[in-house]
Design a protein around this ligand. Structure first.
Ligand code: ZN
Length: 326
């Protein structure tokens, strides 16, 4: 039990919490609700299929959950909640306004089929999406994230680094930046997202968990921690390009980044063996690494994260991406 709690609390921030005998777990408050409500795609009739003004290529096979409709409007469809994402469909190469308000926005360009992914940050309250004279507005109810409190940590927990460590951290940061800047052209997630571990695992930390160390709120946990034995295979949850495969990272130890297109990048931290190379294209279900405990980790687990541009998304939520088979 202790090992699991250490895992849950230690993965990202409390580097030595589990090496010490003293830290006392005061409280773990599980959030009341966990997963998002899914909106189903509008029903399409045979008539729609036959209508030449619809682009039906995406209706084939498992692509069905992709947004359908007349190409000149704007439709978005997906997991509409904090940490979620929607796939929008509009005119090919349309300029799409995305923002929190009319004073705080920027433009993205839909791809040449008219698709554009829009993600929602952990604490996003409002997002507007506007294209071709159509406007969609999302107002989010705050999600109830877990809270974990640890008291009695020695003050030395606030890390100080040696010159050599700092150099390593800075070098790693440049490599990571490059990995995150990758923008694959192909959409790699049209078949939805699968869990990256197929064997048994224990989920030890949920996305968004708020950590309070010695009474002080710290950065939330932006990943989902899945505890499994060292060597357990990790599989690509969707097609993508390996934009980073690095086992010299100070904090993450060994990390793989997968670029799924349109700014969606999934992250695999603390892995043991990396079984892919940078630049390699991987298919959904292909092995990319094995579970490990490298870097600042207190036990074997996969810290699985997902970023859309600068936003932190909930990878687990995207496994619920609507995926209709009819
Ligand atoms: Zn984690």
């Amino acid at each position: 039990m202790r090992a699991l709690l250490c895992l849950a609390l230690g993965a990202a921030l409390v580097s030595t919490a589990c090496a010490q005998e003293t830290p006392k777990i005061i409280d773990i408050e599980p959030a009341a609700e966990r997963s998002g409500e899914l909106r189903r795609a509008p029903e399409f009739t045979q008539e729609d299929f036959d209508n030449p003004k619809y682009d039906n290529t995406a209706l084939e096979g498992r692509d069905f959950h992709m947004v359908q409709g007349p190409p000149l409007k704007l439709h978005c469809y997906g997991v509409e909640k904090q940490g979620g994402a929607v796939m929008c469909r509009t005119k090919p190469n349309a300029k799409v306004k995305i923002g929190r308000s009319d004073d705080d926005f920027y433009y993205e360009t839909a791809d040449d089929r008219g698709y554009l992914l829009v993600g929602f940050d952990r604490d996003e309250r409002r997002t507007i999406v506007e294209a071709e004279g159509n406007r969609l507005e999302y107002n989010f109810t705050p999600r109830d994230y877990d809270t974990s409190r640890i008291d009695g940590l020695p003050p030395s927990q606030v890390s100080t680094f040696t010159e050599a460590q700092l150099k390593r951290i800075r070098n790693a940061s440049a490599r990571k930046k490059k990995g995150f800047a990758s923008r694959a052209q192909e959409l790699g997630f049209t078949n939805g997202f699968e869990l990256p571990i197929k064997e048994e695992f224990i989920k030890t930390t949920n996305f968004g968990a708020q950590r309070i160390l010695n009474g002080e709120p710290k950065k939330p946990h932006y990943g989902v921690d899945l505890a499994a034995p060292v060597g357990t295979p990790i599989y690509a949850p969707a097609d993508g390009i390996v934009s980073l495969a690095d086992d010299e990272l100070y904090f993450e130890g060994a990390m793989v980044l997968l670029d799924h297109g349109q700014g969606l990048i999934s992250m695999y931290l603390h892995v043991d063996a990396i079984t892919v190379q940078e630049g390699q294209a991987v298919k959904q279900g292909e092995q990319i690494a094995t579970v490990g405990s490298k870097g600042r980790s207190t036990g074997p687990h996969l810290c699985w994260r997902l970023k859309w541009r600068n936003r932190n998304l909930d990878p687990e939520l995207l496994t619920e991406w609507p995926n209709d088979d009819h």
